[in-house]
Design a protein around this ligand. Structure first.
Ligand SMILES: [Zn+2]
Length: 136
C-alpha cells in the first residue's frame, strides 16, 4: 500500500533498524520504544488488522514473533507481546503488527490493565454472545 509507513519500511523507502527478515516477515526496532529493544514484527504483505490477514500469513508472522522473543529472552528476563486492532485499541499504523517488548522488573512500563469484574450472571450472557459469534 503506497501510503503505508510500514510498507515503505519493507521497500526500504524509509530507513529502519532491521533486526530480521525472511521471505514473508520483517522485524525492525520501534523508533519510539517502550523499552530498549522493542521490536515490531510485520508481514511483508499489507493487511490492516488480524481480521484481514490470511491464517497462513498469520502463522508465519507468529513464528517470527517467537523467533524474536527467543532472541530477546537471552538478555531480558521477560517480554510482552502486544497486538492491537482498530483505533479503539490504539492501533496507530494500519498494517498489522506485533510489538515484542523486552521487560524487566521495575522497567517503569505499565503494560497492564485494571482487573474488572462481572455482575451476577453477566459472564454467562457475555460468554454465550461470544460463543454464538464464532465462525465454525
Ligand atoms: Zn502496509
Amino acid at each position: 500500500m503506497s501510503d503505508c509507513i510500514f510498507c515503505k519500511i519493507i521497500s526500504k523507502e524509509i530507513p529502519s533498524e532491521i533486526i530480521y527478515e525472511d521471505e514473508n516477515t520483517l522485524v525492525f526496532l520501534d523508533i519510539n520504544p517502550a523499552t530498549k529493544g522493542h521490536c515490531l514484527v510485520i508481514p511483508k504483505e499489507h493487511y490492516e488488522t488480524i481480521l484481514d490477514v490470511p491464517e497462513d500469513v498469520l502463522c508465519k508472522v507468529i513464528k517470527t514473533v517467537k523467533k524474536i522473543s527467543s532472541a530477546l529472552s537471552k538478555t531480558n528476563p521477560g517480554m510482552s507481546v502486544v497486538q492491537s486492532n482498530g483505533r479503539a485499541a490504539h492501533q496507530e499504523v494500519d498494517h498489522i503488527h506485533f510489538h515484542v517488548i523486552p521487560r524487566s522488573e521495575n522497567d517503569g512500563q505499565l503494560l497492564t490493565w485494571k482487573a474488572g469484574s462481572y455482575a451476577e450472571n453477566e459472564s454467562k450472557s457475555i460468554a454465550n454472545e461470544i460463543r454464538s459469534s464464532i465462525t465454525p
